[in-house]
Design a protein around this ligand. Structure first.
Ligand SMILES: Cc1cc2nc3c(=O)[nH]c(=O)nc-3n(C[C@H](O)[C@H](O)[C@H](O)COP(=O)(O)OP(=O)(O)OC[C@H]3O[C@@H](n4cnc5c(N)ncnc54)[C@H](O)[C@@H]3O)c2cc1C
Ligand SMILES: NC(=O)c1ccc[n+]([C@@H]2O[C@H](COP(=O)([O-])OP(=O)(O)OC[C@H]3O[C@@H](n4cnc5c(N)ncnc54)[C@H](O)[C@@H]3O)[C@@H](O)[C@H]2O)c1
Length: 473
C-alpha cells in the first residue's frame, strides 16, 4: 500500500509546478518543504533581486532626469523604504506558493526535511511515506569557495543579502555572473560603494560583443571592477573586512557577497539509500529527467543534471522541467529535454539576453555554416527618443536563414527574449516580415533579421530582374 502517488521534495519553483500539475490530474501528492514555501526564487532569488533592481533603476532614472530637462534634486535613499518594497513584492507573490493554496489543491504539505530511506520510501517528520513516484526538487545553494581566511569573516550570500537592516557602506562582490552583476549594479545605484572581483571576465558565458556596454554602465555607476583577479585572502579589518587580491591590491569593505556559482543541495537527501545516482553537479537523469538508477524517481530544477545538457539554474527551466515530467512520468509519453531555444537574461541596465546557444557555443559544437547578422540599437528610433540607444542585437543563423541563437545587449533586453525564443529554429523571414509596432525596441530584432536578406536583395541577379521588370507598363 503506497501513501502517495507522487512525493515531491522541495517547494521551490520546480517542486511546486510538479505538485500543482500532479494534484490537478487527481493524483495523491505529498510535498515536503523544510524551509520557506516558494524556495529561492520567491524568498532569496528572482523576486527580491528584481525588486531591489527596480528600486535601483528608479534612483538612476531620477539621477539622469536632467538630460530630459526635468530638474530633480539628487535622490535620497530610504533603506527602510527599499526593504519594504522588496518585502512587499515577496508578500504579494507568496500566496501563489503558499501551504494554504497547495492544501486547497489537495496536496499533503509536510513542513519538514525529507530523505530517502529506501528506493520507494521517504521519511519526514518522523513518518515513513511509501511513494509510487518521487520528484527531487531540492534546489541549489551558493558555493562557498575555498578562500583563505573566509571561515573567520562574516559573509553574505543570496540567502542573507536581502535582510540587511542598513545599506552596506562598501559591498565587495566576489563573482561577476548574473547574481554578482545584478547585485553590484543594484547596490551601486542605491548609493553604496561597490567593488566587484571576477576571476575571468564579467558575464563570462555571454557573447563577448555584448559585454562592453554593460561594463561601461557599471563603471559609470561607480562599480570598481577587478576582472581577471583572484581573491588571495580575506580577513577581519576593524568592523569590516579586508580582501587581498592576487596582485596585492587590498580592498577594505564593510560587507562581502559571495556570488561564484551554485551547488546542488544533495546533503541530507539520503540519495544512496534511495539508489539515486548523483555527482557534485546534481542528480544524474535521462533527457526525460528520470533518475538513471531508480526508475521511480525524477529530478527537476536546479538539482537536476540531465545527461548531455548539465544543470541550469533558472525559474523558467523549472517550469520546463515540470512540463517534461508531466509528459514522461504522469502520461508516460515520450519526452526529451532540449535547451536549443532556452532564454536567459541578466537584468542589469543594459541587460544581456541570450536565447539559444551563443556563436562561440555553436562553433565549439562544430557548426561552421553560420551566418551572423547584427543591428546596433543606436539605429532604433524608440531608444534614441529615450536617450538610451546603446547596445546590439546579434543573430546567428544557418545558411538557409534558420535562427540558431540570438544575443541582445541593451535596455530591456529581456523583453525581446520571448520573441526570439519563438523564432529559434524558424527562418528569419518570419521575423524580417513581421509587422511590429513603431516605435519599439523590438524593431531592432526585425532589422537584424532583415540583414540576412539584404545582401541577397542587392545581388546582381536581383538587379538584372528589376531592370527587366521596370520595362513593364
Ligand atoms: C539572487 C538570485 C537571483 C535569481 N534570479 C533569477 C531570475 O531573474 N530569473 C530566473 O529564471 N532565475 C533566477 N534565479 C535562479 C532561480 O531562483 C532558481 O533557478 C530557482 O529558484 C530554482 O528552483 P528549484 O525549485 O530548483 O529550487 P529552490 O527554489 O531552491 O527550492 C528547493 C526547495 O527544496 C527545499 N529542500 C531542500 N532539501 C530539502 C529536504 N531534504 N527536505 C525538504 N525540503 C528540502 C529547500 O528548502 C527549497 O525551498 C536566481 C537565483 C538567485 C540566487
Ligand atoms: N537573471 C537571471 O536569470 C539570474 C540571476 C541570478 C542568478 N541566476 C542563476 O543563478 C546561477 C548562479 O549565478 P552566479 O552569478 O552565482 O554564478 P555563475 O556561475 O553564473 O557566475 C559566477 C562567476 O564567478 C566567477 N568566479 C568563480 N569563482 C571565483 C572566485 N573565487 N573569485 C572571483 N570570481 C569567481 C566565475 O568566473 C563566474 O563568472 C546563474 O548561472 C543563473 O543560472 C539567474
Amino acid at each position: 500500500m503506497t501513501d502517495c502517488d507522487v512525493a515531491v521534495i522541495g517547494a521551490g519553483a520546480a517542486g511546486l509546478s510538479v505538485a500543482a500539475i500532479s494534484a490537478g490530474l487527481g493524483l495523491k501528492v505529498a510535498l515536503f518543504e523544510r524551509a520557506a514555501m516558494g524556495g529561492d526564487c520567491l524568498n532569496h532569488g528572482c523576486v527580491p533581486s528584481k525588486a531591489l533592481l527596480a528600486a535601483a533603476h528608479a534612483a538612476h532614472a531620477a539621477r539622469r532626469a536632467g538630460r530630459f530637462g526635468v530638474v530633480l534634486p539628487p535622490p535620497a535613499i530610504d533603506w527602510a523604504g527599499v526593504r519594504a518594497h522588496v518585502a512587499g513584492a515577496i508578500a504579494a507573490i507568496a500566496p501563489n506558493d503558499s501551504e494554504e493554496r497547495f492544501t486547497a489543491m489537495g496536496v499533503t504539505v509536510v513542513r519538514a526535511a525529507a530523505r530517502f530511506v529506501a528506493p520507494e520510501a521517504i521519511e519526514a517528520a518522523g513518518r515513513r511515506f511509501r511513494f509510487r513516484r518521487a520528484v527531487v526538487a531540492a534546489g541549489s545553494a551558493a558555493i562557498v569557495p575555498p578562500i583563505p581566511g573566509l571561515a573567520e569573516v562574516p559573509f553574505l550570500t543570496n540567502e542573507t543579502l536581502f535582510a540587511l537592516d542598513a545599506p552596506p557602506g562598501h559591498l565587495v562582490v566576489v563573482g561577476g555572473g548574473p547574481i554578482g552583476l545584478e547585485m553590484a549594479q543594484a547596490h551601486a545605484r542605491l548609493g553604496c560603494r561597490v567593488s566587484l572581483i571576477e576571476s575571468a571576465r564579467i558575464a563570462g558565458r555571454e557573447d563577448p560583443e555584448c559585454i562592453a556596454p554593460l561594463r561601461a554602465a557599471l563603471l559609470e555607476d561607480g562599480v570598481a571592477l577587478h576582472e581577471g583577479a583572484e581573491v588571495a585572502a580575506v580577513s577581519r579589518d576593524g568592523p569590516g573586512i579586508a580582501v587581498v587580491l592576487g596582485d596585492g591590491t587590498r580592498i577594505h569593505g564593510t560587507h562581502l557577497l559571495l556570488a561564484v556559482g551554485r551547488a546542488p543541495r544533495l546533503a541530507g537527501l539520503g540519495l544512496d539509500a534511495g539508489g539515486i545516482a548523483h555527482s557534485p553537479r546534481g542528480i544524474a537523469t535521462t533527457r526525460a529527467l528520470r533518475s538513471t538508477t531508480n526508475r521511480r524517481v525524477w529530478a527537476a530544477g536546479d538539482i537536476a543534471d540531465p545527461e548531455g545538457l548539465g544543470p541550469r539554474a533558472f525559474t523558467h527551466v523549472c517550469s520546463q522541467h515540470a512540463g517534461i515530467i508531466a509528459r514522461a512520468m504522469l502520461f508516460r509519453l515520450p519526452a526529451r529535454l532540449s535547451y536549443d531555444a532556452l532564454p536567459r537574461v541578466t537584468y542589469t541596465d543594459p541587460g544581456i539576453a541570450q536565447i539559444g546557444p551563443t556563436e562561440a557555443e555553436l562553433r565549439a559544437a562544430g557548426r561552421e555554416d553560420l551566418v551572423i547578422t547584427r543591428w546596433p540599437l543606436a539605429e532604433n528610433d524608440r531608444l534614441v527618443a529615450e536617450g538610451r540607444a546603446e547596445g546590439l542585437v546579434k543573430l546567428v543563423a544557418d545558411r538557409k536563414g534558420r535562427l540558431l541563437g540570438a544575443s541582445v545587449v541593451g535596455p530591456g533586453a529581456g523583453e525581446m527574449a520571448g520573441m526570439f525564443a519563438l523564432a529559434i529554429g524558424r527562418r528569419l523571414s518570419a521575423l524580417a516580415g513581421a509587422v511590429l509596432p513603431y516605435p519599439t525596441a523590438q524593431e531592432a530584432a526585425k532589422r537584424a533579421a532583415g540583414e540576412f536578406y539584404a545582401p541577397k536583395l542587392l545581388s546582381p541577379a536581383v538587379k538584372r530582374i528589376l531592370g527587366l521588370l521596370k520595362r513593364l507598363p
